[in-house]
Design a protein around this ligand. Structure first.
Ligand code: HEC
Length: 143
């Protein structure tokens, strides 16, 4: 067998084997959804919900390893930091924390994450959407 053929067989074999590694791409139940005005809700659903809610959409390519590992990690990490499906039990400290973090990432233009934007150009925030989210974040600070 030629070296090239052997290498191709190994690569294809590895590709198949990694598909068998279990990954948890579940959407847990919505506990208590964030309550935001409808224009804000729309932006959050379009640009943030895939990683920051329990209503993530998992497209076909998100199921194929090795990309699936990266996508799943972003969702797991994203939900850990901020989950718009679980705003239950937020005390004053939590709300101001969310407000602080929202303002920080929006001002830095860090969200949505770049790789995600390449696959979902429509999730990119316009200046006016960023402004609207920043104004909304201000309302999260306790009185
Ligand atoms: C592709 C998945 C993805 C999308 C889409 C996404 N995020 Fe994130 N987000 C993450 C991940 C992963 C983290 C945690 C790691 C990090 O900070 O990079 C995070 C962290 C955050 C944090 C916490 C930052 C901190 O300092 O702890 C905030 C706030 C946030 N995102 C807001 C948003 C908003 C608002 C949107 C929509 C405009 C959004 N994200 C879209 C994946 C995503």
């Amino acid at each position: 067998m030629s070296k090239t053929k052997l290498v191709s067989i190994v690569v294809v074999g590895l590709f198949i084997v990694i598909q068998l590694i279990p990954i948890n791409q579940s959407n847990p139940p919505v506990v208590q959804e964030v309550s935001a005005p409808s224009n804000i809700q729309e932006i959050l659903e379009t640009s943030c919900y895939d990683c920051h809610s329990n209503e993530s959409v998992w497209p076909w390519y998100s199921r194929i390893a090795p990309g699936s590992f990266l996508i799943t990690r972003d969702v797991v990490e994203g939900r850990k930091h901020l989950n718009f499906s679980d705003f239950s039990g937020m005390d004053a400290f939590d709300s101001s924390d969310v407000a602080d973090e929202m303002i920080e990432v929006l001002e830095a233009g860090e969200m949505p994450l770049l790789p995600y934007l390449l696959l979902h150009p429509s999730a990119s925030l316009s200046d006016s959407q960023t402004r609207a989210l920043l104004d909304w974040a201000q309302t999260l600070y306790p009185e």
